[in-house]
Ligand binder design. Structure first.
Ligand code: FMN
Length: 189
C-alpha cells in the first residue's frame, strides 16, 4: 500500500510539512509505504489550457509535474497538504490541482483514497478543507476528510489546536493517516 504526501507550502519544514509527515508516520505504523514530496522544491508550471491532454490524458508540459503524475498514479492514497493563503490554497497547491486536469481526462485518480492537511494561522481553514474535498470528489477519489492545524510561525503547529476545541493539530494529523490506511484496506478487499 503506497501513500504519497504532497507538501504545498514554500516553507521547508513548516507547519504543512509537519502535519503531512505526522499523517504519513501514522500510516507507516499501520504498514503503509509512504513518500513525502515537497512541491516547492519542484518546478511546476500552471496549466496553460492548451488542451493537449484531451485526447490521451498526457500533459505536454515537460516539467517536474511529469514525475508527480507518475507518483500519483502509482499511489493508493494521497495526503494533500496546503497552508491557507488568503482564505485559499497556496499557489503551489493550485498549480498541482489544475495540472491534474490531464489525469482527469481518463479518471486516473478514481478510487484513490484522499485526505487534506491544512495549516492555518486563524481564518479560512474550513473553506480550504471543503474546497479540497470537492476537488477529491471531482476526481472520484474517496475522501476520509482532513485535518486542520493552527499555528503561525514555523513549527507552531506542534503545539497548535486542531479543528475541534479539544483536539490537537498533531492528533488530527495522525488520525487522517490512520483513516487513509483503513479506507484503502476496506476498498481493496
Ligand atoms: C501569503 C500568506 C497568506 C496567508 N493567509 C492566511 C489566511 O488567509 N488566513 C490565516 O489564518 N492565515 C494565513 N496565513 C498564515 C499561514 O496559513 C500559516 O502561517 C501557516 O501555518 C503556514 O503554514 P506553513 O508553515 O506550512 O507555510 C498566510 C500566510 C502567508 C505567507
Amino acid at each position: 500500500m503506497k501513500i504519497i504526501g504532497l507538501v504545498c507550502s514554500p516553507r521547508t519544514g513548516g507547519n504543512t510539512e509537519i502535519l503531512v509527515e505526522e499523517a504519513l508516520a501514522a500510516a507507516r505504523d499501520k504498514g503503509a509505504q509512504t513518500e513525502l514530496v515537497r512541491v516547492a522544491d519542484k518546478q511546476i508550471l500552471p496549466c496553460n489550457a492548451c488542451d493537449g491532454c484531451s485526447d490521451d490524458g498526457q500533459c505536454v508540459i515537460e516539467d517536474d509535474m511529469q514525475e508527480i503524475y507518475q507518483r500519483l498514479e502509482a499511489s493508493d492514497g494521497i495526503i494533500f497538504g496546503t497552508p491557507v493563503y488568503f482564505i485559499n490554497v497556496s499557489a503551489q497547491a493550485k498549480a498541482i490541482m489544475d495540472r491534474t486536469y490531464a489525469l482527469y481526462q481518463k479518471r486516473k485518480l478514481r478510487g484513490k483514497v484522499a485526505a487534506a492537511a491544512v495549516a492555518v494561522r486563524r481564518v479560512g481553514a474550513g473553506q480550504v478543507l471543503a474546497l479540497m474535498c470537492t476537488w477529491f470528489a471531482v476526481h472520484q477519489m474517496i475522501t476520509v476528510g482532513g485535518c486542520i492545524g493552527y499555528g503561525l510561525k514555523k513549527g507552531a503547529v506542534r503545539e497548535g489546536t486542531g479543528a475541534g476545541p479539544r483536539s490537537t493539530a498533531l492528533g488530527e494529523a495522525k488520525s487522517i493517516g490512520k483513516a487513509v490506511v483503513d479506507m484503502i484496506s476496506r476498498t481493496t478487499k
